[in-house]
Design a protein around this ligand. Structure first.
Ligand code: CO8
Length: 258
């Protein structure tokens, strides 16, 4: 599959999606969001894929929504067309893990896109922020909701109100990113993590994702019950029998993702 704004490839059971609008620092426009939705949906449906990595360039994961595209929009066009967010929720429906590998700028919609992924691995040159206030708008794809959940209210307010950016070290301290790696190792680290995940039983991987996401949407009692039911259900799988037998027999498991 070829795209105008993305480069995609697969490496074994891992899919790699690169945002590819280098002249605009990967600013997000309608075509890119449509193509990203299509690529993610395609890999999610592909039985041969167990994990997806989403990345940008060395300079920018994404510098936000495309300001040139937005500048002249009217309220009616934004509202009736469900401007740019119409594909946004599709990202959240992907059931396989999506790792954001972020180098350079992840600003505005770019930061929001990274936060839609399941976890973020940051290069040491990464910069995160919600600077929309500088151009007279506010975050429009979850920034005011996901950022406080990730880094707490005070830092989220600071970032969204002052438009300052935070570097990778601050983002890691704040809990926005899971690890920081040297910029030239970013893709290797993200792909290695994805290969590890893709080697595990897919049904267990998907259930981890579903359960952890429940932690944000349900009260603790409901989340714990959801987890318990998922845990029990994995005893119906081949890979649970194989994984436990392999441990007891002191050999490597042969998972069949069933
Ligand atoms: N939109 C369109 N073009 C952009 C964007 C953008 N967000 N960011 C950079 N570019 C373009 C520049 O216009 C420039 O193009 P040209 O070479 O033709 O002049 C090129 O990319 C390189 O940019 P700079 O010359 O500015 O590069 P610098 O290294 O000097 O600066 C910055 C990099 C700091 C990232 C700077 O470009 C910048 O501040 N960009 C805008 C960041 C921003 O405000 N982002 C938020 C946008 S609003 C938003 O995201 C709302 C989200 C709502 C939900 C949307 C969901 C998708």
């Amino acid at each position: 599959m070829t795209y105008e704004t993305l480069l995609t490839e697969t490496q074994g059971r891992v899919a790699l999606i690169r945002l590819n609008r280098p002249k605009q620092l990967n600013a997000l426009n309608d075509i890119l969001m449509d193509e990203l939705g299509a690529a993610l949906t395609g890999f999610d449906a592909d039985d041969g894929i167990g994990c997806i990595v989403l990345t940008g360039s060395d300079k920018a994961f994404a510098a936000g929504a495309d300001i040139a595209m937005m500048a002249q929009k009217t309220f009616m066009e934004a509202y009736r067309g469900d401007f740019i967010t119409r594909n946004w929720e599709r990202i959240g429906t992907v059931r396989k893990p999506v790792i954001a590998a972020v180098a350079g700028y992840a600003l505005g919609g770019g930061c929001e896109l990274a936060m839609m992924c399941d976890f973020i691995i940051a290069a040491d040159n990464a910069r995160f922020g919600q600077p929309e206030i500088k151009i007279g708008i506010i975050p429009g794809a979850g920034g005011t909701q996901r950022l406080p959940r990730a880094v707490g209210k005070s830092k989220a307010m600071d970032l969204a109100l002052t438009a300052r950016t935070m570097d990778a070290a601050e983002a890691e301290r704040a809990g926005l990113v899971s690890r920081v790696v040297p910029a030239d190792k970013l893709l290797d680290e993200a792909l290695a993590a994805a290969q590890v995940i893709a080697g595990y039983p897919l049904q267990a991987v998907m259930m981890v994702k579903e359960c952890v996401n429940r932690a944000y949407q349900a009260p603790l009692s409901e989340g714990l019950l959801f987890e318990r039911r998922g845990f029990h259900s994995l005893f119906a799988t081949h890979d649970q029998k194989e994984g436990m037998a392999a441990f007891l027999e002191k050999r490597a498991p042969r998972f069949e993702h069933r």
